[in-house]
Design a protein around this ligand. Structure first.
Ligand code: F6R
Length: 241
């Protein structure tokens, strides 16, 4: 697992945008995996700018997102679907029919997870997956546990994650308790992984992730096994390394 330490959040975001752009330059019909949350918003702004400057073309890409709350309607401003259109998709030339997120409005969530996994496989898997990390080491909604799941599934959010995500809702009571999320195998099957991490609060998680040990109690530690994973972090996030 390689790491690049940047001076600032903006520098981290710009380098992340270059990594994704370079993937698209090399393979215009790349299958891109995206994430939501506070961390990738800067990278999405950089990608929009690069698109506006004529430097990158999204017309042939296919995109898959890591996760979506359940139950959650697409049109809700709390949905990850809304976040992605608001921050990125509506501002670039990606084709609407090439954008996929797990279906938070499905009547049968288990079936929605199986369908999502099959769709991902039918598109040839992910060329590159963007990730953030939770303070507790979660990636996507794969929370610390005795066992981790391999493929897309219905996850229960932990109290830590409900608390951390409550900043996007009126209160913690409004955060959905479940989510549809790619499993660890879906993520680890991506040919490349790019993780962005910013801020001092994440420093203990960064230290645990680079510990040289692997445990389901800290899901991000599994990334140490990935053959092509790059972590870009700002200096505050890297302060305990
Ligand atoms: C989002 C996701 C989450 C976040 C993580 C960090 O799609 O899967 O695992 O990456 O919770 O979130 P931020 O960036 O808000 O600190």
């Amino acid at each position: 697992m390689k790491r690049i330490v940047c001076e600032t959040y903006d520098e981290m975001s710009q380098i992340g945008a270059y990594v994704f752009s370079e993937q698209i330059w090399r393979k215009p019909d790349s299958v891109l995996g995206f994430a939501t949350g506070g961390t990738p918003a800067g990278m999405y702004r950089c990608l929009v700018k690069m698109y506006n400057d004529g430097l990158v073309d999204f017309s042939k890409v296919t995109t898959f997102n890591l996760d979506e709350y359940y139950p959650m309607s697409k049109s809700s401003s709390h949905s990850y679907d809304y976040f992605m259109w608001d921050n990125l998709f509506s501002k670039i030339n990606v084709r609407r029919e090439s954008v996929y997120l797990p279906n938070g409005g499905a009547a049968d969530p288990e079936k929605a997870c199986d369908d999502y996994e099959r769709l991902l496989e039918s598109r040839g898997g992910l060329d590159i997956q963007l990730l953030g990390i939770g303070n507790n080491g979660h990636i996507a909604f794969n929370e610390p546990a005795d066992e981790l799941r391999v493929r897309t599934y219905v996850a229960e959010l932990t109290a830590d994650t409900i608390e951390a995500n409550s900043r996007f809702f009126e209160s913690a009571a409004d955060v959905p308790r479940r989510a549809l999320t790619m499993g660890m195998g879906s993520i680890m099957s991506a040919r490349r992984i790019l993780m962005l991490i910013a801020g001092e609060k994440k420093a203990p998680a960064v230290k645990a992730m680079f510990s040289g040990r692997i445990t389901p109690k800290f899901p991000a530690s599994l990334l140490q096994l990935h053959p092509d994973a790059v972590v870009i972090l700002d200096k505050d996030a890297a302060s305990m390394l």
